[in-house]
Structures are given as structure tokens and as C-alpha cells.
Design a protein. Structure first.
Length: 186
């Protein structure tokens, strides 16, 4: 029996060429943590009641050598890269009275850590505590964890912090994602 899944992506530009007619449950969340949280929360009770698994697909930037432009990675750990209330005694990336980081059980052994933030990450030489960056995954993972909705996340590395590269490569990962979906559904 084919598992029920809902595919969430920030915007249509990331799913150009995706056979939407074959997948009835596609939700475009909009860009950023607030839009992603709003979009999935509106559907969370229904997803849980119908036992639907959420798969987030989108683009991300490579931050270090653990991720390579042009490849698809499964995210296994999520941090909120723009959350820093260390002056109040919390750890970096820890959301006060929320999650510090989020992880889900998965069979992937070589997953990456995604740092989610509400800014387009521009390349810097700083050493980061995450491998890739995006603008929605932490928010989606957080809501799924709260509502106990099965969640997986796949990110196509479109750039290494250059907005022009993102524009050129945003739609190039769809075929890799479709291959991964076939593996999941089988």
C-alpha cells in the first residue's frame, strides 16, 4: 500500500517539472519561517488525523564541505540559525521554552544538519554548526514534532551563498527528488 504523503515546498520555482498531477497533496508554504509555520499549522490536525507523512523538498545553500552544489541530501538535524538569546542564559540556536535543535529517526546515515533562518545566507568563511542553510525546514520540523507528524526533508544544494547561482539552479533538483520519492514509496 502506498503511504500517504504531503509534499511541502516553499514555492513553485523549486518544483518546476514536478508531476503535480501524480501527487495530490502538494502545499506551497511561502518563503521563511513565519509563512512555513502558518501553512503547516493550518493543516496539522488534518495531516495527523489522516496519518499523512510530510516530506519537505526545497533548495538550500552549502555552508561547508559536507554538502556539495548539485546534490540532494536528506536533513537529519535542524537548528534555528538566527536564534541567539545567549545573553539570557540560553544556548545558541535554542528557542526559549521551545526546541534547541530537532532531529527525527531516519535510516539515512549520512544526513546533514540544516540551519534555518529568515535571511538568504551569503557566503562567509565563518565555521558553522550546520552543513546547509534554508529558510523553512526548522519551522516545518518543529510543527511536525509538536503534532507528532512523520517528517522527512530533502534539500537540493543550489548554491554556496550566491543568489545568482540559486536563480540558475533552483529547479535542477526535481529529478533527484523524484528518484528519492520512488525509493520512499516502494
Amino acid at each position: 500500500m502506498t503511504p500517504q504523503i504531503a509534499i511541502l515546498s516553499a514555492m513553485p520555482a523549486e518544483l518546476v517539472g514536478f508531476p503535480e498531477d501524480e501527487y495530490s497533496d502538494i502545499l506551497y508554504t511561502g518563503v521563511g519561517k513565519v509563512n512555513a509555520t502558518r501553512a503547516i499549522t493550518e493543516h496539522a490536525n488534518q495531516l495527523k488525523a489522516l496519518n499523512v507523512s510530510v516530506i519537505n523538498y526545497g533548495t538550500a545553500a552549502a555552508v561547508n564541505d559536507n554538502a556539495e552544489v548539485g546534490k540532494l541530501y536528506e536533513v537529519t538535524k535542524y537548528v534555528q540559525r538566527d536564534m541567539d538569546v545567549t545573553p539570557l542564559g540560553f544556548e545558541k540556536y535554542e528557542t526559549p521554552w521551545g526546541y534547541k535543535n530537532i532531529s527525527f529517526l531516519t535510516t539515512t546515515l549520512d544526513g546533514v544538519t540544516c540551519g534555518t533562518g529568515d535571511s538568504f545566507w551569503l557566503y562567509s568563511d565563518e565555521n558553522k554548526d550546520y552543513d546547509i542553510v534554508d529558510m523553512e525546514a526548522y519551522a516545518l520540523a518543529s510543527v511536525c514534532k509538536k503534532y507528532k507528524i512523520p517528517f522527512r526533508c530533502f534539500k537540493y544544494i543550489s548554491d554556496a551563498g550566491n543568489p545568482k547561482d540559486w536563480e540558475e539552479n533552483a529547479a535542477k533538483g526535481v529529478d533527484l527528488f523524484l528518484q528519492k520519492l520512488d525509493e520512499i514509496i516502494q
